[in-house]
Design a protein around this ligand. Sequence first.
Ligand code: OXD
Ligand code: MN
Length: 588
Amino acid sequence: MDRSTPPANANAHVRKWVEETARMTKPDRIYWCDGSEEERAALTQEAVAKGVLTPLNQEKLPGCYLHRSDPNDVARVEHLTFICTPTKRGAGPTNNWMDPKDAYAKLGALFDGSMRGRTLYVIPYAMGPIGSPLAKIGMEITDSIYVVLNMRIMTRMGAAALDMLGESDDFNRGVHSTLDLNPERRFICHFPQDNTIWSVGSGYGGNVLLGKKCLALRIGSYLARTEGWLAEHMTLLGVESPDGETTYVAAAFPSACGKTNFAMLVPPPQFEGWKVWTIGDDIAWMRVGADGRLWAINPEAGYFGVAPGTNHATNPNAMKTIARDTLYTNVAVTKDGDVWWEGKDGDVPEELTDWRGRPWQKGSAEKAAHPNSRFTAPMRNNPVLSPRVDDPNGVPISAIIFGGRRSSTVPLVLQAFNWVHGVYLGAMMGSETTAAATGKIGVTRRDPMAMLPFCGYDMGDYFAHWLDMQHHIGVPPRVFQVNWFRKSPDGRFLWPGFGENMRVLKWIVERTRGAAAARETPLGWVPTDGGLDLSGLDISRDDFLHSVAVDRDEWKTEIGSQEELFNQLAESMPPALRLQRELLLSQL
Ligand code: OXD
Ligand code: MN
């Protein structure tokens, strides 16, 4: 089949934009993707021939391939990510801003002829179930075959997306070129008013799979505010209780803080009859339904997850999901072509090829896999994929959870008093930084609602939008805060985490049904002594009580440290959140 000419279902707006982009980037060839299985096979073969992908052991890992990225291109680059709104105020003080005219000129110069000698791939894709009123269409133009193969896993890609678009002009226009991967010529620019993304100089997932962070979160959050819905950095899961009822929960955690593990959680053996179903592991789009409840979809179709630490104990369902049809990026490889990373099951192999392709020996001071090494796997492989994942209406959300990585101060779980108080807790979320973005790891920074790197407009306006949603959601979800990472004074984690988080989830589900016991603190409701189901868990009463404790001195310090965000967002911080803070201070 001829792939160089537009397919019959490509509308005039799409054709015109592809022509314009080709005039700018000057590729040797154009290839229109249709998302078919034959296409996957042919492009995979080509990627292998070009050395972009290396086949892994096909007996152990059927359909799995390895990609090694340039060592200077292994994570999101927040300092090179820009929101290009007409005014700086539109992007707000927590985003980098570039004037749209300047950004188009600067990146236009870089795009000029950037695809000479290369193929320009046109990727039509849908974020969300095809035909869903909550879904959106994007088109990504890229010169990277790796991007095409990843987008095929991460989105509903190909002919169906063009069909869904029909004759409409309403699609996200994403242009990506890897250039020469020079960090000096790397920019990820978002133009919310134009529903456009231009990304140059990187090949890393978060910078180049434009449906994910760029469209579903940065542009998505802008569209959500304009159109009256929510685009959030949240995992989505269904919790089935022994009575057969399923409660849907959305949970925001910063990057690399366990969203994928939480979404695929396997309850401990004592929790017979409880089951967790995955809707999504990273992003939730939520709209108010006719019934006044908040309804959510997962706009993605795959998981772009962090490999290190993933094993049969921490996430058995992920291990099954990534055993086939998976693209691995920057993991280590064993002698027999299996994958390996720090924290995988079993003994550390004596010898490996590390993520850069160099020989590696057990005991080496260097990590074998990059700390932000990733798997890209289709959600269809997930044994606990929710049967509701393709429901065009989404699922009704009963609880929203905000969680950070905090070694002190924040209790294991607490329930907000009401929506506004919940927005305050989410807005003030802090977390210790991880390897998902370049920069120093382990420093606590405010990461409001886990959206700091992903909010496409002013953060204070974003809080105001959340507060405003109260007037539209007739039946608001209950709001909770969790922290799996609190430590004892001698540096131990107080809570075992992973599957045991089911105990907290059960309390949350029961609270949404008005059932579980709770104790009021100035900060919100926490489980009573005995209120959390700890049956069969090896945890001392002291550790448990410490994990849920609200320490007034720690909280006075915490509230003091919120000052910085209030000052930074002075122009736009909603007064309702100032009031919440003052109320809390007076109670402490
Ligand atoms: C991700 C991230 O890849 O948050 O999901 O960095
Ligand atoms: Mn994420």
